[in-house]
Design a protein around this ligand. Structure first.
Ligand SMILES: [Fe+2]
Length: 421
């Protein structure tokens, strides 16, 4: 997940630096030292690596180019904690991040402190000619770190699921007993609409330029699909009906023996799911989560519906209050809609769209190494909208384009049905 804006930066990104950095460390507070090293699958990076990589980002793109005389704590970290920036140089293979028992967790925190101290100096001593560039990159670095806060929680969940003890990252909230409000169709008129970020505040480069789209009349479900609804699909033989699956999806569910969402498992004949508060009985009213694109698409077809396009989603959600169940709630899990009026556009689950992750008309990536942040991933992935229960609220916008491969389902991914009017 990645990108940057060439629009103006936040009013004072330096003021947000300590807040974002300390938030990352607070998210790691429940971890034991042993947890920092685990990489259960290639996608799920060790927490220690996340802590170091987001620090590397500030060091690489701010301290080295803009702080005269800056000396890295360890020059070898440039290679260890580079994620994928080929223009910066070679990097430690993603699949081998778990091999880095050194630097230790303590040494990585020392690396963070080293960079934080020098970032303070940079902000205080920045040459006037560099202030605009530093401000933009600082804002990007903070948004990057917020992306990794969500990744960190996704990855901890995946790592804990790989452990038969099913450890809990956080305490379970009180059980919810409310039923989900019945889903209904919300009708939206077609016509020429505009989507994309208009500038004036931070956004990633992939959200621009704002541009016109043509929509037919369409309808979207009044909330994401629930566990209870998806269970009907599972138990109704949805995974055994080739006619509703994309060819790649049909292959994938057979190769990987998928019969339910990631993290679902039957215990004593009852469906449970792994959560960041441990293994829990499924809440039928909560939004279904951890679906691949293929599963979301097949489910929609099984319901006689389809996935929304990202333009349909954005046109519908535009102007809606930016509120919902984000990471700040401390639930770390989707929760049921509290009433028929709560459409859950934002928070809870990232909603798959049928839109390929492709450049908007007129898109230009950033210049230099930061051009690798987003643009080079615009192949073979799909756009997701709205943010999830592990996303920081201050990181979300109605124009935000998240993207994953269609087989990915370790993010907090769900589905909202769409149909032609
Ligand atoms: Fe990154």
């Amino acid at each position: 997940m990645h990108a940057v804006s060439r629009s103006s930066s936040a009013p004072d990104p330096a003021a947000h630096y300590p807040e974002v950095r300390s938030r990352t460390e607070a998210l790691c507070a429940p971890l034991e030292t042993d947890d920092y090293q685990v990489q259960s699958v290639i996608d799920a990076s060790p927490p220690k690596w996340h802590l170091a990589h987001v620090t590397w980002f500030f060091e690489t793109f701010l301290l080295k180019p803009f702080l005269p005389g800056y000396e890295p704590l360890d020059a070898r970290y440039e290679r260890l904690f580079n994620s994928y920036y080929n223009t910066v140089g070679p990097f430690h293979p993603r699949a081998q991040r778990h091999t880095l028992s050194r630097p230790t967790v303590g040494a990585v925190y020392a690396y963070r402190a080293h960079v934080d101290g020098h970032m303070t100096r940079l902000v205080e001593q920045c040459a006037p000619a560099h202030r605009a560039s530093v401000g933009r990159r600082l804002t990007l670095g903070l948004n990057h770190e917020q992306q990794h806060q969500e990744l960190l929680l996704m990855d901890v969940k995946r790592n804990f699921y790989a452990n038969p003890l099913y450890p809990a990252y956080a305490e379970a909230p009180p059980a919810q007993s409310a039923a989900a409000p019945a889903a209904r169709w919300l009708d939206f008129p077609g016509g020429i609409r505009e989507i994309g970020h208009a500038g004036g505040a931070f956004c990633f480069d992939n959200e621009q330029p704002r541009h016109k789209v043509f929509l037919r009349d369409y309808r979207l479900a009044s909330r994401p699909a629930t566990n209870g609804e998806y269970l009907e699909f599972v138990e109704g033989g949805g995974y055994a009906r080739p006619e509703i699956w994309l060819s790649d999806g049909w292959s994938t569910i057979h190769e990987r023996a998928w019969k339910a969402p990631l993290y679902w498992t039957q215990i004593d004949g009852e469906w449970h799911e792994m959560t960041l508060t441990g293994m829990r009985r499924i809440d039928p009213a909560a939004p279904v989560c951890h679906l691949s694109y293929y599963e979301a698409d097949a489910y929609a077809r099984w319901r006689g519906a389809r996935l929304p396009t990202e333009a349909e989603w954005e046109a519908a959600a535009s102007g809606e209050a930016l509120e919902g169940n984000f990471v700040e709630s401390g639930l770390y899990h989707p929760r049921a809609a509290r009433g028929p009026a709560e459409a859950q556009w934002f928070g809870d689950v990232w909603e798959w769209t049928s839109s390929a992750y492709a450049p908007y008309p007129g898109y230009r990536p950033l210049e230099g190494a930061l051009g690798e942040y987003n643009g080079k991933f615009m192949a073979n992935q799909y756009v997701l909208r709205g943010g999830g229960c592990a996303t920081p609220l201050s990181h979300m916008r109605e124009t935000y384009r998240n993207f994953f491969y269609p087989h990915d389902r370790w993010p907090f991914t769900g589905v909202r049905l769409a149909a032609d009017a």
